[in-house]
Design a protein around this ligand. Sequence first.
Ligand code: ADP
Ligand code: MG
Length: 457
Amino acid sequence: MSDLNFSSLHLSKQVLANLEELEYNQMTPVQAMSLPHVLQNKDVIAQAKTGSGKTAAFGIGLLNKIVLTDYTVQALVLCPTRELADQVTKELRRLARFTQNIKILTLCGGVAIGPQIKSLSHPAHIVVGTPGRILKHLDKGYLHIDELQTLVLDEADRMLDMGFVEEIQKVMAFVPSKRQTLFFSATYTDEIRKLSESLQNNAVNIMTVHSEQPNKIAEHFYDVDGDKMLKTVVNVIAKFKPDNVLVFTNTKIDAKQVVKYLNDNGIESSTLHGDLEQYQRNDVLVKFSNHTIPVLVATDVAARGLYIKELSMVINYGLPFERNVYTHRIGRTGRAGKTGIAVTLYTGKQAHKAKDMINGSRIFEKGSVLKNEIGFILKANNGTLVIEAGKRNKLRPGDILGALTGDVGLNGKQIGKIDIYDKQSYVAIERGLINKAIKGLKSQGIKGKRFSVWIMK
Ligand code: ADP
Ligand code: MG
């Protein structure tokens, strides 16, 4: 890994200018190690942790090969979850910003198939999706990938964890044998190696774990009596006073209990579980990521694909069943150079196993050392405003910010994150000002147009 400059790669001026605009000043380690091979059309298997820039490591490569005048699917990216597929699509669109008329389509399960079939009537250049739904489209003949040049398995380890191996193998029956196959994974297990051997050709093997800055995480373990565990969650949050917390539980029942207990005890929280409708799940994710709800409680399954840029704390409510589950959970905090806090609550019986989990610095204490916090309150300052308009209405964050700080008369500091989706937008705003914002937007509109506006419950 000698040169970290993107300009050391054979990329067009346009691509380099765009990377500069994105402020991608240097390649990340996984990009520096894999892009030269990826661009030479070699098969690559790369292991790197979450947030290390894997998407661009394959994205720049596959985009480089797309022939826009060929209206065929030339690249297929398989991802474990809808959220990850959406993130990959978003990143590919950013990387392809300057490319007119490139069509990138996301095909995931859990949403109606009809509109997907309709959009497939004009073939996309790139398809990103989850294995089950992709297979369905292939089986039914809606999706054709005979001209595929690049196949990417992103987060391959998660796909295996989720039992997608069969679907992946079935998808392979549709994929031409002459192709480039790229594998990306956060861990490198025997299963991954086997799958790679069966799908790839002389793959270049890249491991970046050692060359990267590990996340900075302070790991605390508390030995707690089973019946004091709920109370201890409150004590721990009150002690560390984090901005936001992701609480992992081992079961759905625990998740429901924890969320109820926290809300009853002054700590505003929500839960993600499999029984939620997609829109409800989306609402919870929006609120947690824009900091209008400080605590999210979830099982591992429910939290799959969840990516929160700045997470101050992870709590394990009960010892995770396995060490890599532990590592995976706590790896969501301590990013971007900030120190994260990981707290694990376990019962005395699990002490032995708990001591085996720890990665770095060791802090073991009895839960009883924690102060019993009464009347501690954790509430977000902001609430979320929903605007019934989004990308389809050509809304951009600047338009909303402009309307709120202009006609409506708010101050930029009172406005938090703005997320724009296809048909809706979400704005984090200081709670006390939400009604003013709603009233103002209703009467003044945005860029001269009026849209429905309400508070997300
Ligand atoms: P991973 O797939 O490894 O978890 P992503 O591809 O999602 O990581 O990238 C994580 C973040 O880093 C994204 O916000 C992405 O835009 C950003 N990023 C990627 N490459 C670079 C780079 N070379 N310089 C700066 N930021 C980058
Ligand atoms: Mg990724």
